[in-house]
Write a protein that binds this ligand. Sequence first.
Ligand code: SAM
Ligand code: SF4
Length: 327
Amino acid sequence: MRDLRISVTDRCNFRCTYCMPFDEYTWIERQQVLSFEEIERLARIFLRFGIQKIRLTGGEPLVRKGLHGLVRRLAKLEGLGDLSLTTNGALLSEQAEALYSAGLRRINVSIDTLKAERFRALTKRGNLDEVLAGLFAAKKAGMSPIKINAVVIRGTNDDEILDLVQFARANGFEMRFIEYMDVGNANAWSLEKTVTKKEILAAVNSRFPVREIGRANGSAPAVDYEFLDGAGEIGIIGSVTEPFCSTCTRIRLTADGKLVTCLFAESGFDLKALLRSAASDDDMAEQISKVWAGRVDRYSDVRWEQVRGGDYEPRVHKKIEMITLGG
Ligand code: SAM
Ligand code: SF4
């Protein structure tokens, strides 16, 4: 394991149609959500296994009160090479400076469209101007690199691939396109709506020629490309049509302390129960080690095999919602 993704809350101030299609959800009860102290303790234990990167996510991480306090704790951890955050950006303009002062340098902001009305329709509650203000506040605070995540959905925003690239290049951000996935149990995913990594690349290449660099550390979800004119890089995450289960080094901690070894998992190991018992750090390390050694997940590989064989049915496989386990 090399990358730890920590979901700090399952709550969100948006309702992106591809992620949280319903208005109401049954939220994790507050006392079940890990405290910052608990997260820090677990992070230290994970570092023993060679975790090099921690990404804070959710739900929307910035709705967790005082998140910069957690960033401050984690940024101090010895041996942690990289701390980052994925956010929808709505609360970023008011938090960017505090997050930077606490030690956050790298951030991903999710922006699927640059059209205000479309943005509102996709997120149901989002305001594009606020998110763009947050994006530029992060830049002003000194964060770098700043990546923009965009899920590309056929018939929804696939006409904006070049506009997004243009916007990112012009402002010093890095685009990260994500194939639309069947996360959770409720989104209306179909293969036809997934714009493939190849299609995204062809669109980018049609105006901004790129050269492949590869996956960071050989195991990152995104394949990176650099512009031939030297104006930066983009990344494309092709988890549907080019699954990367065999090189996956990610482990996830849900907001309520479950340990999960796949984004498409059905259940997790209850680390919180152990954490809130009298277990020692060594006891917890032993359990973490067992969970990791025993993992058999290769969901995206299986999905692709089934999709190609014509017998994939997303709703048959019950998954933990992405907001709970941290996208
Ligand atoms: N709320 C934060 C945000 O939106 O950036 C962090 C959590 S969100 C679950 C993390 C990332 O997952 C976002 O970039 C989002 O676009 C992406 N995502 C959500 N649902 C997806 C789906 N069905 N397919 C592909 N990516 C998805
Ligand atoms: Fe919220 Fe992020 Fe999911 Fe959108 S993608 S609903 S912002 S958690």
